[in-house]
Write a protein that binds this ligand. Structure first.
Ligand SMILES: [Fe+2]
Length: 157
């Protein structure tokens, strides 16, 4: 048991590690999908969408790093290898035949929405288990995901 997590029950710690690793794996798959879109998108609004996708990815990566490091604080093992992501991600495979920005944005938004819903469930699960700090970490990630979904979805109006 880690000495730096005194006051947390074993159930709170284990729930948090499991929720953090689950969101990390899906987040890494989402991050790769966003880069795939960033690289392959074409169209009249190319530069705006190309750059926005990189901003969204950078925001996401920041939260994923915090999640993985929180696993260490809780004395767990962060599980973020390509093999684990390929095996355990719940995201739908990202299509490799898209070019139009509306198609890429639609596909990314669908996965961002899924990611947001899973983060909200993770807030509740870790809060109920008694780890308010991990719930707070998920709350911050969720707020960023909501805002970036709005930025992306606004292109589809
Ligand atoms: Fe780039």
């Amino acid at each position: 048991m880690a000495v730096n997590v005194k006051g947390l029950t074993d159930n709170a710690r284990k729930t948090a590690i499991s929720e953090l690793n689950a969101r990390l794996v899906d987040g890494l798959a989402l991050s790769m999908a966003i880069k795939q879109a960033h690289w392959n998108v074409k169209g009249i609004n190319f530069i705006a969408v190309h750059e926005l996708l990189d901003t969204v990815n950078a925001n996401l990566q920041g939260h994923l790093d915090t999640m993985a490091e929180r696993v260490q604080v809780l004395d767990g093992v962060a599980e973020g290898t390509a093999e684990i992501v390929a095996k355990s991600s719940t995201l739908k495979p990202y299509p490799t035949n898209l070019t139009k920005s509306a198609d890429h944005i639609r596909e990314i938004c669908a996965r961002m929405r899924e990611h947001g819903a899973n983060l909200r469930a993770a807030i509740d699960a870790t809060d109920e288990a008694g780890d308010a700090n991990t719930a707070d970490l998920f709350t911050a990630a969720s707020r960023t995901a909501d805002k970036d979904l709005w930025f992306l979805e606004s292109h589809l109006e």
